[in-house]
Write a protein of this length. Sequence first.
Length: 285
Amino acid sequence: MNDLVYYYDGSFAGFLCCIFDSYANKEVPTAICCDEDLVPMLFASRSIVTNTEHAKRVFRKVVKCSSFASDLLQKGFLTCLPQREIYLYRLTVKLLEEGPGFLRNFSDETLYPVAKAVRHLNSEAHLLKGFTRFSDLGGVLGGEIQPKNRVLPLLRRHFCARYPDDAFFLYDRTHREALFHAGGKAVIRPLEHFQMAPPDEQEAHYRLLWKRFYDTVAIRERYNPTCRRTQMPMRYWDTMTEFQGPEHFTAPAAPAIGAVPAVPDGTPVPGKRPAPGLSAPESSP
């Protein structure tokens, strides 16, 4: 059979439609790519139109076979697993053709890469529940994260429950999308360009207090940078208040605060590191 590439709109429903069309046309795609990644290729290609009813039919069938598989499929679609669509396609095809028995064997070559990617997704979402820092921007809480995976759908319930009466947003720099919450409702929307507003004097003061607290609780005699990097990986530091430079603690209209202080017996944090690049979920979180 000739190589065939499917192109879809990048949505989960669109991916399910790729599976539907594969069965309807009796085709096995070599690759499944998002329209945004469309480049000239020597292989034959087909553009898959998203049809909500077709997507629902495929997902109902997956749920009927295994609720675990349906959860794996949804979360797998949020991971940064390279060529995740083709891995998820093979997983779904095997489930529909052989049943859910192979899902008990995590060494299965079809299941293993997806399960590993989902574990990385869950681990990253768990860490960001503690590593996310919000700022008060005129009565609205705002924060930024830079994850490898699309974790906002997993973080939505946590932060909406934590701040039920507050208006807030959380911007994902990597995937250029944001979680917005106000009036008890939350949505995730794409946001191509975003620049965090500078702090006012009060917010700058609170940031400085947090920095002082962080430095104060450090014990110089127990300074262990390796342990800190293990418990708090460096790729999260770019969006954490305690690792920022002096400009992060100064309001634009206010006089310069000066060097960010550290108590005499504390251990100052290192300077801000360069922004990390994306890597596969096989990397350590």
